[in-house]
Each structure stands twice: as structure tokens, then as C-alpha cells.
Design a protein around this ligand. Structure first.
Ligand SMILES: [Ca+2]
Length: 347
């Protein structure tokens, strides 16, 4: 028998047959839950704008937004963005975890000072995030939901710890296993120089225990794409886009937030937008993926990634090759700045 054929047979024999799990039809667009810590940095705002644009284009369905940090204006601000983009009905959940980080914001106040309609006046009126996550997951088809998490892991850890409730008889891990197709998460650092000082990434160190818990207990059957600190650093959002591309509205909540946070002379890295682009368009070549393996975090927040010897593994991290940078960045710019297809109220 030719050696090449022998190798094919040997490879086929080595493939592990994974236990089957419900998956949605391949042609179904991702049904997205966007989990954000929209307080400190402004990349969350552009990432949320991308979610709306992608929904406008029929590339995804935005099911809910959940918020993982504690600031009284997060819910009203997200509602104002959703309203700006014509989706005032998207449910919003806020963390009530006492361990969630409290965070001041340079930009959330534009919801109070700007001309941005919203009917969620206070976080007290919003759903609790884990309750909302469970309710939304329970209502969706099996294997159909993509969770995009671009903040601390407070809500994901809460989901994994959640017991059965009125929404579902399944505890958190079983509910995730049943409903979630992919977790795209912006967290960690996967390009630290060998022997050099590791980068302790913010979404990890702002709630280390939660990120450790998610890395340890997220179900093995549900793949996770990690976008590390280095990916966003390679994708600086061009200040020229902020200056020119949002002028279709006299006041624009995304531009206002960016300018309040970063000013007009800064190209803010696209950390959170990278996870949206990859999770909605996996396999489209915007990014490459590492070999499968396992992510873990040290108590100080250092990222560990161990490749799986057998080529099987829940975790892959994004890899951005030189030829992909311009393409990914341009997609992010266009998807962040595209005018809404529908507006709930005149601006
Ligand atoms: Ca974020």
C-alpha cells in the first residue's frame, strides 16, 4: 500500500469521535448575546455598534446585551445605543454580583447629556444579567447561540454556577452545553515574549476568580475563541474614521463616547471588535486560529495556554497574520460606522 494512503488511514483511525451535541442548521445566522463591561473603555461601544450593523445586514440576530460591571448608567446607555440603532426592544441585563468591579466611566454620561432617547431610566429597572442569560438561552433553539463576551467574566461565571430555575430545568453548564454553539471572548494575552514580563490583561485581572472559573468549568464540548490583548493592539481604530464616518448624524452616540474616552487624536485598539468580527464570521479568514488546547489563568492573572497533544481541545486563540491586519481592520471600521438601517426615533 502506498505510504501516503497508509498515512491517511492512520490519521482516520486517530480521529476522536466526539459525542454528538445538538447543533443548529449550518445556514442559520449566529444568534448573539453580547456580554460587555461597557464602562471603562470605548471599544465596547464600537463593538456594540458592530453587532447592530451585522444584525441590519442579516448576518446575526442580536438577542440580548448583558453587562458585567457595576455603574448605574450602563443599562440606560446601552438602551440608548440600541434605540439609536433601531432596536429599543433588545433586552438588557445588568450584574448584581457584589464581586463585580465598580467602574467610573468617561463616556456613559452622554446618555444624560446628549439627545439620545432611551426608556430604560435606571439599572434598577433592568433584568439581572444571569437571569436574563438563562431566559434567553432557554428560549432559543439548541446549539444556536453565540455568546460574545468582551468584559470581565462575572456574568459567564454566574451562568455556569446557576441552578435550574423557572426558565429551564437545566443547571448552567448543561444549559450552555445544550444551547451555545460558540463563545467568543476577549481576554488574556497569548503573545508574551518568552522569558519576558507577561501582560496581565484587564478583563482577567478586573475579576480574576471569575475568569479562572470560566476557563476551568466551561463545557468541553462548546468551543471557545479567545482574542488576546495582542490582537486588539494590532488593530488601531483610525481616528480619521471617527472624524469623518459618523457625520451622517449631527450627534452620534458612538462618536460621542469615543471622543469622551479617547479624544480625537488617538487610534484606540480594537480589542472588543475583534471578538465580534470573529464570532459572527468564523472561518472567513479575518483571523487565523491557534491549534486547539486549554486556557488557564494564574492567580495574578497571567494567561497560560497549553496545546493539546491529541489535537483536540475546547480553546483556540486568535492569530492575526500580517496579511490579515488591513482586511480585519477595514471590516471593523466599516461595520462600526455603517448608518443604521432603521431608526426608532428621529434624531
Ligand atoms: Ca470591554
Amino acid at each position: 500500500m502506498p505510504p501516503a494512503l497508509l498515512r491517511v488511514i492512520a490519521l482516520a483511525a486517530s480521529v476522536t469521535i466526539m459525542p454528538s451535541r445538538p447543533t443548529a442548521a449550518a445556514d442559520m445566522v449566529p444568534r448573539v448575546i453580547f456580554d460587555t463591561d461597557i464602562t471603562g473603555d470605548c471599544d465596547d461601544v464600537l463593538a456594540l455598534a458592530m453587532c447592530h450593523t451585522l444584525a441590519d445586514r442579516g448576518a446575526c440576530n442580536l438577542l440580548a446585551v448583558t453587562i458585567s460591571k457595576d455603574n448605574a448608567l450602563t443599562g440606560p446607555f446601552v438602551d440608548a445605543v440600541n434605540t439609536f440603532y433601531g432596536r429599543p426592544e433588545v433586552p438588557i441585563g445588568v450584574t448584581r454580583d457584589p464581586d463585580a468591579q465598580r467602574r467610573q466611566s468617561k463616556y456613559l454620561s452622554v446618555v444624560e447629556t446628549g439627545p439620545y432617547p432611551h426608556d430604560l431610566r435606571s439599572n434598577d429597572e433592568a433584568d439581572e444579567a444571569v437571569t436574563l442569560l438563562r431566559r434567553v438561552l432557554a428560549a432559543e433553539e439548541d446549539g444556536s447561540v453565540t455568546i460574545i463576551s468582551v468584559g470581565t467574566a462575572t456574568n459567564l461565571a454566574g451562568l455556569l454556577r446557576s441552578p435550574p430555575d423557572a426558565a429551564s430545568p437545566l443547571a448552567g453548564p448543561a444549559l450552555v452545553r445544550r444551547k451555545v454553539a460558540l463563545l467568543g471572548i476577549m481576554a488574556g494575552s497569548f503573545a508574551d515574549p518568552p522569558g519576558g514580563k507577561p501582560h496581565l490583561e484587564a478583563n482577567v485581572i478586573n475579576h480574576v476568580a471569575a475568569m479562572q472559573f470560566v476557563a476551568e468549568t466551561w463545557p468541553d464540548e462548546v468551543p471557545v475563541h479567545w482574542s488576546g490583548f495582542e490582537i486588539g493592539m494590532a488593530l488601531p481604530y483610525p481616528r480619521a474614521s471617527i472624524a469623518h464616518d459618523y457625520g451622517y448624524a449631527p450627534r452620534h452616540i458612538v462618536r460621542d463616547a469615543y471622543l469622551a474616552h479617547s479624544g480625537p487624536a488617538h487610534d484606540r485598539p480594537c480589542w472588543d471588535q475583534s471578538s465580534v468580527l470573529d464570532a459572527v464570521f468564523p472561518g472567513r479568514g479575518y483571523f487565523s486560529l491557534s491549534q486547539p488546547g486549554r486556557v488557564a489563568f494564574d492567580p495574578d492573572g497571567r494567561t497560560r495556554f497549553a496545546r493539546a497533544a491529541d489535537g483536540q481541545g475546547r480553546d483556540r486563540h486568535l492569530v492575526l497574520e500580517a496579511g490579515q491586519v488591513a482586511r480585519a481592520l477595514e471590516a471593523i471600521v466599516q461595520l462600526s460606522s455603517q448608518p443604521p438601517a432603521r431608526c426608532a426615533e428621529p434624531r
